[in-house]
Write a protein that binds this ligand. Structure first.
Ligand SMILES: Cc1ncc(COP(=O)(O)O)c(C=O)c1O
Length: 388
């Protein structure tokens, strides 16, 4: 049987591959997960149940219910300083994942290039290829923040888009206003569009989040992608959104119409409630994640085989492996087999991720600490094997 060349050009996500391997094993300490281990607040679950009882079980408008679009517009104004018209400049999507997919599908012409500071979220590469584009990986700085110069150097006649992600998956880096502003200026100067993936905006331990669409001159060049998945522990609900210029939303809505028609109606109603949660909700969550991060970093810093600086955001650490010359994929497989700890190989996040592993601390502090101790011991033994 023959298949689409675009589909054949992509592989299963390296994260999913690990997930599928460990999902059935209760004994594994799973530090590969990219989702909060906390449960969705009951206040949000109750809103969904209520919506079901009220009959929100039918098709919804393609771009989303007006009250949700209005709630998103208010959130963007309050939290991000981004001013949008809820009727024309925003739409609801199946998580941030679909927002990125729709954006690339709507914007890319065959062979156009998407500049991706890497290591980066796996979907950027695959979704670019599925949309007929060509992903171009460019280097981040040593500390994993965005490097505007490497973006500038990668620009060609075929460049169309730049994808920025701060806080970042897989590195946890928070790039900060100055670097993001400079990177967007470079893109705008060359007539490129920017996707600003802000799904981890609530997970910042030091520094501040910056949304480039808050700068009026940038607004018509920037698509702001966000999601309820990480912020509200709602990964399984599959709801996110994108704010973009009206003509971009119009084209994306067509793709939405013919791919999933709309986002489930009762979930949209629960999302309205979620967006009303007070900031204090995030403060408690953040305190807990910071505790885990600090503990993980403190244990792993004992290993001479890991090089990293403490990340300021998201819930990942992306250390470089030192003195063990095995591809990250093989190292991770050995780790799962020998010490029962699952992490993700750096190579899953692009060519520039090789030589690193991604450790998620979205797990209980006991598991994070135990997993970290086992990793330190494992690397010591593996380094001896690698030399011997
Ligand atoms: C950087 C980044 N962007 C977007 C997403 C998409 O998340 P969702 O589709 O659950 O909103 C993820 C999920 O892991 C992510 O890490």
């Amino acid at each position: 049987m023959s298949f689409s060349e675009r589909v054949l050009s992509i592989e299963e996500s390296g994260i999913r591959a690990i997930f599928n391997l460990v999902v059935r094993s209760k004994d594994i300490i799973n530090l590969s997960i990219g989702e909060p281990d906390l449960d969705t607040p009951s206040y949000i679950k109750d809103a969904a149940k209520e919506a079901l009882d009220q009959g929100f079980t039918h098709y919804a408008p393609t771009k989303g219910y007006p009250d949700l679009l209005e709630a998103i517009a208010q959130k963007l104004k309050k939290d991000n300083g981004v001013d949008i018209d809820p009727e024309h400049e925003v739409m609801v999507t199946v998580g941030g994942t679909q927002a990125i997919f729709l954006a690339l599908t709507a914007l890319l012409r065959e062979g156009e290039e998407v500049i991706i500071p890497s290591p980066a979220f796996v979907q950027y590469f695959a979704a670019t290829k599925l949309a007929g584009g060509v992903p171009i990986e460019v280097r981040l700085n040593e500390d994993y923040t965005i490097n505007p110069d490497s973006i500038r150097r990668a620009i060609t006649k075929r460049s169309k888009l730049v994808i920025l992600n701060s806080p970042s998956n897989p590195t946890g880096a928070v790039s900060g206003r100055e670097k993001i502003e400079e990177a967007v200026s470079v893109a705008v100067e060359h007539g490129l569009m920017v996707i600003s993936d802000e799904v981890y905006e609530k997970f910042i331990y030091e520094g501040q989040h910056f949304s480039p669409a808050s700068i009026p001159e940038f607004k018509k060049h920037v698509l702001t992608v966000n999601s309820l998945s990480k912020a509200y522990a709602m990964t399984g609900w599959r709801i996110g959104y994108v704010a973009a210029p009206p003509e971009v939303i119009e084209q994306m809505a067509k793709v939405q119409m013919y791919s999933s028609a709309c986002i489930p109606s009762f979930i949209q109603k629960a999302a309205v409630k979620a967006l009303q949660l007070k900031e204090s909700f995030f403060e408690d969550v953040l305190r807990e994640y910071k505790r885990r991060r600090d503990s993980l970093c403190s244990i792993l810093s004992e290993s001479p085989h890991l090089a990293f600086s403490k990340p300021s955001g998201a819930f990942y650490l992306f250390p470089r492996i030192r003195g063990i010359n095995i591809p990250s994929k093989d190292l991770v497989m050995q780790m799962i087999k020998e010490i029962g700890v699952a992490v993700v190989p750096g190579s899953a996040f692009g060519r520039l991720g090789e030589g690193c592993i991604r450790i998620s601390y979205a797990n209980s502090i006991d598991k994070v600490e135990e997993g970290a101790r086992r990793i330190v011991d494992f690397l010591e033994a593996a380094s001896k094997r690698s030399v011997g």
